[in-house]
Design a protein around this ligand. Structure first.
Ligand code: CMC
Length: 391
């Protein structure tokens, strides 16, 4: 009591007890509720994983169907939200738009703000899982000047996201199993990652009993930064830049190592993983498969592989245990799917949604106290006020 230790960036501070996600950064292990990420990415679909994260167990068939039905019933957004979407400049960054729209949902769904019972929580959860993909699709469609549409309640959750995003007037949506599987996998791999920056934000905002949607909107804003979820956009822009500059990966490796140069190798390094990020391993393989299946040849993939190879052999990166992270290869898949670069972090948010929800629900059910860190004061000692004329 009375002694405050500071831990900048909370590198060694546990903020909570949690039963959602297990992460061993030294060994490169990631498990959701005890199930390995490798197995889930291979065998489960995103909605099952969402249920697992939020409620703690894999759903039975009946539970899964009921969950999906409840979500589908909420996959509608007040018509007035369209007016908000339409007032954003087309050039607006999609992360700013989606954070604002998520926040706006609180105004259109006031019953979701004060959620004290588990039943209230469930209603708020299926609401956001229903409405968020609609908002994601509208964010993209607004940019592209396409009508703000709805999907179908006869297809799977992930397939419906693709339909809402890509359907064009007079061009009916055509099912593409490669794209559905790729998106399913990417969303699963992004679904939770214990107490990262955005999740901690969701928990701390929610700890004041702000509603779920407001907490999520704050999480989305935290995710936006290039040191966190925004890295996926930054990686692709970096790879394009290297390619445009003649593909000289060595030059960029030198820049990344130069302490006087602010350039960092985006998509490399992680606060917790001091070994290969297991998600990156799966995504790298998926990138090869998806590009192969779609018949896409992307020279950016070669730049990425070249950079990775050099980094893994370079003592600067080896000594600091800097490995490719989840964002290094994900953008290459999103790009092959036809998703614009500035939407990549929105796709990350779509995947992280169940994790944020699970962590928020856990925090509320455990009745955690309001988050309120202390500080070590380093400012002026007591001073006498000087009237403005005398300063
Ligand atoms: N390129 C070059 N040097 C790096 C990089 C990099 N990408 N990442 C870390 N370093 C160096 C850093 O300069 C420092 O060197 P030194 O010890 O000589 O001062 C050392 O490695 C430790 O780095 P740090 O910044 O103290 O580590 P951190 O835990 O505070 O930061 C990080 C972790 C992810 C923010 C950082 O590695 C980084 O900026 N990476 C690039 C951005 C990125 O890819 N972010 C996505 C993270 S994964 C997605 C998610 O958020 O879940």
């Amino acid at each position: 009591k009375g002694v405050i230790t500071i831990d900048p960036g909370y590198k060694n501070t546990g903020s909570c007890e949690s039963g959602v996600t297990f992460l061993d950064g030294e060994q490169g292990i990631l498990r959701y509720r005890g199930y390995s990420i490798e197995e889930l990415a291979e065998k489960a679909d995103f909605l099952e994983v969402a249920y697992l994260l939020i409620f703690g167990e894999l759903p039975t068939k009946a539970q899964n169907e009921k969950f999906h039905e409840d979500i589908k019933a909420e996959a509608v957004v007040d018509e007035d939200v369209k007016k908000i979407v339409e007032t954003f400049p087309r050039s607006a960054h999609p992360m700013g738009v989606i954070a604002s729209l998520t926040s706006a949902l609180t105004a259109f769904n006031p019953s979701s703000v004060n959620v004290d019972s588990e039943e209230d929580m469930y209603r708020a959860i299926v609401k956001i899982l229903g409405k968020f993909p609609v908002l994601v699709a509208w964010t993209l469609r607004r940019k592209q000047g396409l009508p703000l549409n709805y999907g179908s309640d006869e297809i799977g959750y992930v397939e419906n996201i693709l339909k809402m995003m890509f359907e064009k007037p007079n061009h009916p949506y055509e099912q593409n199993k490669v794209l559905i599987n790729a998106l399913d996998k990417l969303l699963i791999l992004h679904a939770d990652h214990e107490q990262n920056c955005s999740t901690s934000t969701v928990r701390i905002v929610g700890s004041s009993h702000a509603g779920l949607f407001a907490s999520l909107s704050a999480g989305i804003s935290a995710l936006w930064g290039p040191l966190h979820g925004g890295a996926n956009q930054a990686v692709l822009e970096m790879l394009e830049g290297i390619k445009a500059d003649g593909g000289d990966t060595k030059k960029y490796m030198a820049k990344a190592k130069d302490k006087n140069d602010p350039f960092r190798l985006m998509g490399f390094g992680h606060r917790v993983y001091k070994n290969f990020d297991p998600r990156a391993r799966i995504i790298k393989k998926a990138a090869d498969e998806v590009l192969g299946d779609l018949g896409v040849q992307d020279p950016i993939l070669d730049v990425a592989k070249g950079l990775e190879k050099e980094a893994l052999e370079d003592s600067y990166f080896v000594d600091r245990k800097l490995y490719p992270n989840v964002d290094f290869y994900s953008g290459i898949i999103y790009r092959a799917m036809g998703i614009p670069t500035d939407m990549f972090t929105v796709m990350f948010a779509l995947g992280r949604l169940p994790g944020w929800i699970a962590q928020w629900r856990e925090m509320r059910l455990r009745k955690e106290p309001i988050g309120r860190p202390r500080q070590v004061y380093i400012g002026a000692t007591e001073r006498k006020f000087v009237p403005i004329e005398e300063r």
